[in-house]
Design a protein around this ligand. Structure first.
Ligand SMILES: Cc1ncc(COP(=O)(O)O)c(C=O)c1O
Length: 429
């Protein structure tokens, strides 16, 4: 597309959607306007190709425009529409059955939504209703969405302009059991956590952390909610990340990838105890577009693909291959590239300094790879390749990373590197 057309889109977007966003991307030389998209690749409207390792937090787990998901929705378009959330629905029933079949314990019932935030809101409402308590505990630096109650679990900078927060919310450091133990009170309704918080830079918890969280919740009568919006659906090499930690929550939230990148849908999966409240109050939480019939058809196909043993085995094989390649690159650039955090294809690359991570992500972008840093730990670059990524595409990603790191180091002066090193101790790990 000629650059004059690109300018037209930017102007239009700036005029009617967000001039701030246009300015931000322009300032960092990061302006990507998606045009054609296919598999692991995203093309700017000017035709420039990017390997997509952002994947919008897992929305594109199955790559862009996955043919099987498109076909499922296309068949649905021939026969149905969004449906009516007030009525009984076969696609909803079938999807809930599929989710129940791949979830542990008695997580056998589902409340559908459109967005992750909405699904989290539903979980927190239900936790309060079921326990009759107000308190909600979440992790500092985690993220559960920008809607009402979900927003209240998160970072103050995203809620400060919107008035006083609702009462009952508190935060603790992630992976800190003594902090949780002292935060839990007889008024605590629920603890909500991502098994591996993405915004904290793919911070992997101690092996027994989530099991201990479960035990502490049980002891105090609080519910445990696992937010698997990013970590679920095969991303970590198992269907759900909680399976790695041998823990069953009272509620589990799925979103993003459940849509197949084609039709938005989310699920708040609940156990028998929570379900009893929904059974008694079937119209107390209504969502017009939540669990639309078309969304259910997309999600059914996503589950069919991602719960397949052979598919998961492939994810693990790719994860091991990528881990070996990343270790080689890390070794070659060990003065600035400190650590690879990885479970399956949920990956964080930790660098020595925040500003360096920004420079690296820009170099990657200039070399045709799109990835972003973790919002609450900017030393970590998030890598979420599509789970369907090909070996050749992984090799391409590794080659781009190696080239970008070489370019960054030759551009950085000795003074800058010393400045970076001095800041090390002040940065979160
Ligand atoms: C872990 C997690 N939970 C919840 C959400 C909110 O999802 P949504 O943006 O669909 O509301 C996100 C979004 O990034 C997320 O990463």
């Amino acid at each position: 597309m000629p650059s004059v057309e690109r300018k037209r889109i930017l102007n239009l977007f700036a005029q009617h959607v967000s001039a701030g966003k246009v300015r931000f991307y322009h300032r960092y030389g990061f302006t990507l306007i998606p045009g054609r998209r296919e598999g692991a690749y995203l093309y700017d409207v000017n035709g420039r190709r990017y390997l997509n390792l952002h994947c919008n937090g897992g929305v594109f787990n199955l790559g862009h425009r996955n043919a099987q998901v498109i076909e499922a929705v296309r068949r649905g378009l021939d026969a149905c529409d969004i449906g009516n959330g007030h009525l009984i629905s076969e696609p909803k029933a079938l999807l809930a059955q599929s989710l129940a079949a791949c979830l542990p314990g008695d997580l056998k019932h589902v409340v559908f939504g459109v967005s992750g935030g909405e699904a989290v809101d539903a979980a927190l409402k239900l936790a309060r209703a079921v326990t009759g308590r107000p308190g909600i505990i979440s992790a500092q630096g985690g993220y559960h969405g920008h809607t009402g109650l979900a927003m209240a679990t998160g970072d103050a900078r995203f809620r400060a302009p919107f008035g006083p927060p609702p009462p009952g919310f508190s935060q603790i450091p992630f992976d800190d059991l003594p902090a949780l133990e002292s935060a839990l009170t007889p008024g605590t309704a629920a603890v909500i956590l991502e098994p591996i918080p993405a915004t904290l830079g793919m911070r992997l918890p101690a092996a027994d952390y989530l099991r201990e969280v479960r035990r502490l919740c049980d002891r105090c009568g609080a519910l445990f909610i696992a937010d698997e919006v990013q970590t679920g659906l095969g991303r970590t090499g198992k269907v759900w990340a909680i399976e790695h930690f041998g823990v069953t929550p009272d509620m589990l939230i799925s979103g993003k990838g459940l849509s197949g990148g084609i039709y938005p849908i989310t699920a708040t999966c609940v156990n028998r105890r929570v379900y009893r409240f929904i059974e008694r109050n079937p119209f107390i939480h209504v969502s017009t577009f939540g669990g639309s019939d078309l969304g259910c058809l997309a999600a059914l196909e996503v589950l069919r693909i991602t719960t397949d043993r052979a598919f998961l085995a492939e994810v693990n094989r790719k994860a091991a291959r990528l881990a070996a390649g990343l270790e080689t690159v890390r070794h070659a650039h060990s003065s600035i590239f400190l650590e690879v955090r990885q479970l399956g294809l949920f990956i964080g690359l930790r660098f020595v300094d925040t500003s360096l991570t920004l420079v690296v992500s820009k170099a990657l972008f200039d070399n045709g790879l799109y990835a972003i840093y973790a919002a609450n730990n900017k030393r970590v670059l998030q890598w979420l390749p599509p789970l369907t990524i090909a070996d050749a595409e992984m090799d391409e990603a590794l080659a781009i990373l190696d080239r970008s790191l070489r370019q960054v180091q030759t551009r950085l002066s000795y003074r800058v590197l010393r400045f970076v090193a001095r800041r090390l101790s002040r940065e979160p790990v």
